[in-house]
Design a protein around this ligand. Structure first.
Ligand code: PNS
Length: 164
């Protein structure tokens, strides 16, 4: 059983994240989406909202045979990965600019827990510029985000901002 954790803030989940999950499903028997509970950040969506939306969005992938579930965690990622009996951590790399930070994290995680491998995956080029941070910025300034996030996310973002 090859189990991977796909950790992140997912605030909100983007089409780039979903692309990585879909690709990860081909490599792993199970993927656990681990949403980081970060008390220091003020998120757009609460942990509960992100967990609920991701679960709904991933239903189609699950029906298609992708073994994926959504969870949240606090503290060190590697401790969570060990507790979940995972073999790997999946991270998406969009451009070389992501690499430096991701490499640093991967090597630190390896030092903390040598039994867990980090696997870097590349999303489709279409999503190479998509990030949760930019999606929020564009949305808050009134720009269109329909091709960047699943329809449910756009709907919930509009609801939150009282735009519907
Ligand atoms: O989507 P993000 O915000 O880029 O994800 C970052 C995340 C959640 C992968 C990273 O912040 C993390 O793993 N946090 C947990 C705390 C931890 O283990 N820190 C040491 C990492 S080297």
């Amino acid at each position: 059983m090859r189990r991977a954790i796909y950790p992140g803030s997912f605030d909100p989940v983007t089409n780039g994240h979903l692309d990585i999950i879909e690709r990860g499903c081909k490599l792993f028997d199970e993927i656990i989406i681990g949403i980081l509970v970060n008390p220091e950040k003020t998120p757009f969506f609460s942990i509960e909202e992100r967990q609920e939306m991701l679960t709904e969005i991933l239903m189609d992938l699950s029906k298609g045979g992708c073994n994926v579930r959504v969870d949240s965690f606090r503290g060190l990622l590697v401790n969570y990965a060990v507790a979940q009996e995972a073999n790997a951590i999946v991270r998406g790399i969009r451009a070389i600019s992501d690499y430096e930070y991701e490499l640093q994290m991967a090597l630190m995680n390896r030092r903390l827990e040598p039994s867990i491998e980090t696997v870097f995956m590349m999303p489709a080029e279409t999503y190479s510029y998509v990030s949760s941070r930019l999606v929020k910025e564009v949305f808050q300034l009134g720009g269109p985000i329909d091709a960047l996030v699943p329809p449910l996310i756009e709907k919930r973002m509009k609801e939150k901002m009282n735009k519907v």
